[in-house]
Design a protein around this ligand. Sequence first.
Ligand SMILES: [Fe+2]
Ligand SMILES: [Fe+2]
Length: 159
Amino acid sequence: MKIDGWTVEKALHVGLTMEQGAMKLYTDAQKMVKNPGSKQLLKELAGDETKHAEYFEKALKDPKKVMDSSKASDLTRVVQDLGVSDPLKGEPLSKDATYQDILIFAAKSEKTANEFYMALAKQYKGHPLARMWEEFAKMEAGHKLKLEKEYDEVVLADN
Ligand SMILES: [Fe+2]
Ligand SMILES: [Fe+2]
């Protein structure tokens, strides 16, 4: 399903759900790893996603305060076809996933999040909201890189 006809408010709600999912994923994963470096990485990622979720939560409650010069009415602005799928429509992670599975799943989720925020940034070019979406896109791309590095260092090294 392509994203078309959503409002900014809906995009923020989806972003919030996605960020909360990532937060839970990294929090739960911390319990299954023993390596202190991996624990630390997951802790940092969970912390980042918590901040992201809080930002969207605040933006939904008080857009003027959080979103710079954006007006509250901007939340009702309709989003044209973004050319990406609904980021919440992906397959869930299986219950008996290994750390390797989690890393692959997480990197894929980060890519989806990055593409979602990039598509929004593109559509909001020149609008104050573009910067917000760009920042989020950049952070999720950074997360994906960290996960790939972790995969190379921990998973590939162990096999
Ligand atoms: Fe995030
Ligand atoms: Fe992320």
